[in-house]
Write a protein that binds this ligand. Structure first.
Ligand code: SAH
Ligand code: SF4
Ligand code: F3S
Length: 454
């Protein structure tokens, strides 16, 4: 009999995408083969996200589609993994025929056993959270992706308990992965030709393994391969380490880009959200970032319409975003999640139309800011790492600057994985267009830039 074929469809954040690669590895070790579409598969997993209502709705709709596939293909197995697992566990009894397996983020090693239970005609569920699991000994298998940029998970869970956020409940307590296992994964990626790694955790500044902190980890990781770029996501503004800023400023392969979620712009709202910093502390941190890393590019996450949000608080968020002038922002309307502090103690009382209006206001302002920032990029020189062909044309390539901006260039003789020196010639609010000068490297580009500067 041929091997069983599996397909994993992934929703949610980068952590979930990294987990899918861990599960690829577990299933392939067990003798299964990955396929690229649901139709070809004997086993379908949906790696789910609970962060907002619409994320869950998308998954439910998708599961219903798979349900009709099951009607055609009697022995098709459908599993739910990831952050919705805990919640779906209860509904699985009502929704009898929708899913066969439910597996939470800390139970992926159990999947082969769970599949056997299903073969024996049972429903299989394991949503236990763990205090230790980091999958440190499992080498993720990257079955999709561009072969140039990779995510490496450095910790799991979150202890922060922001009032709006479901993650501490879906992913459990915070724990860090041993540095040695992170570094060996980075080395392996470098040997395989990867050029960029993003280190992932829900709150990377609290990385701590045997007294090794996040700054030390970044230091060691970036020394593994000086021609490999490093990014990280996400740090928390409450305890951002200043030594890391100096390290980023000094080390050419640590990208001059920081995602630093603000969530809101007023002290009253930050307090209600249980984000333990003030507007002033946040702005001081931003000043420090810009001081220590000239030209640093910044992005953020913002929630609009959280419980009791007043018009003044909304204006304060608008003004914070204007003062900082983010290069990029992820903006969301608040969506109440069960089990969170907000669900237990507050009222989701900002009317839907007000949430929507406030969200459009911050989006509109942000688009204008981005347009201006990107206009100023014209004429500048950047080192662009080519990630692949442009979506719009086969004759063009797409890559990103160190500052995380997408750049489109003509293909010429360049290819995926090349570092190309580019002069920016045009832009929209989301994308830059450039003229390629020549193939380059991190070492060459930064040496020349220092010569020009001095
Ligand atoms: N750990 C990461 C965030 C992960 S969730 C961090 O703290 O940076 C990504 C973003 O989703 C959050 O930063 C927040 O802006 C948003 N988010 C979280 N819960 C939400 C909710 N209930 N409604 C709307 N947006 C939410
Ligand atoms: Fe959620 Fe806050 Fe943890 Fe981020 S830091 S995952 S927003 S609880
Ligand atoms: Fe979603 Fe879970 Fe990530 S809820 S945002 S997939 S941690």
């Amino acid at each position: 009999m041929s091997n069983k074929r599996f397909y994993i469809e992934t929703y949610g954040c980068q952590m979930n995408f990294a987990d899918t690669e861990v599960v690829n590895s577990i299933l392939m070790e067990d003798g299964m083969d990955p396929v690229q579409t649901a139709e070809e598969a004997d086993i379908i997993f949906v790696n789910t996200c609970s962060i907002r209502e619409n994320a869950e709705t998308r998954v439910w709709n998708r599961l219903k589609e798979f349900r009709s596939l099951k009607d055609e293909k009697r022995d098709l197995t459908v599993g739910v993994m990831g952050c919705m697992a805990e919640r779906i566990k209860d509904k699985i009894i009502e929704q009898e025929k929708l899913v066969d397996i439910v597996v939470g983020p800390d139970a992926y090693r159990e999947i082969p056993n769970l599949l056997k239970e299903v073969d024996d005609g049972r429903k299989a569920v394991n949503v236990l959270l763990s205090l230790e699991e980091t999958y440190a000994d499992i080498t993720p298998v990257r079955t999709s992706g561009n072969g140039v940029t990779a995510f490496v998970s450095i910790m799991r869970g979150c202890d922060n308990m922001c009032a709006f956020c479901v993650v501490p409940f879906t992913r459990g307590r915070e724990r860090s992965r041993p540095m040695s296992s992170i570094l060996s994964e980075v080395k392996q990626l470098s040997d395989q030709g990867y050029k960029e790694v993003t280190l992932l955790g829900q709150n990377v500044n609290s990385y701590n393994y045997e007294d090794i902190d996040f700054t030390r980890l970044m230091d060691e990781a970036s020394k593994v391969d000086p021609e490999m770029r490093f990014r990280f996501s996400s740090p928390h503004p409450k305890d951002f380490p200043e030594p890391l800023l100096h390290l980023i400023a000094e080390r050419p392969n640590l990208c001059n880009y920081i995602h630093i979620p603000a969530q809101a712009g007023s002290d009253t709202m930050l307090e209600r959200m249980r984000r333990p910093y003030t507007r002033e502390q946040y702005l001081t941190l931003i000043d420090k970032m810009r001081d220590i890393i000239p030209g640093v590019s910044l992005s953020t996450d913002i929630i609009t319409g959280f419980c009791d949000e007043t018009e003044e608080e909304h204006e304060a968020t608008m003004s914070l975003m204007k003062i900082v002038g983010y290069d990029l922002a992820y903006m969301f309307a608040y969506s109440e999640r069960e089990r969170t502090l907000a669900h237990r103690k507050y009222e989701d009382n900002v009317p839907e139309d007000v949430k929507k209006r406030r969200l459009s206001q911050i989006i509109e302002q942000q688009m204008n800011i981005q347009e201006q920032i990107n206009n100023n990029e014209v004429g500048k020189r950047h080192l662009v790492l080519i990630e692949g062909t442009s979506k719009r044309s086969d004759e063009q390539l797409a890559g990103r600057t160190d500052t995380n901006k997408m750049v489109i260039i003509d293909k010429k003789d360049f290819r995926k994985g090349d570092y190309v020196e580019v002069i920016i010639t045009g832009n929209t609010s989301a994308t830059l267009f450039g003229d390629p000068v020549k193939k380059s490297s991190i070492a060459e580009f930064y040496e020349n830039r220092e010569l020009v500067a001095s």
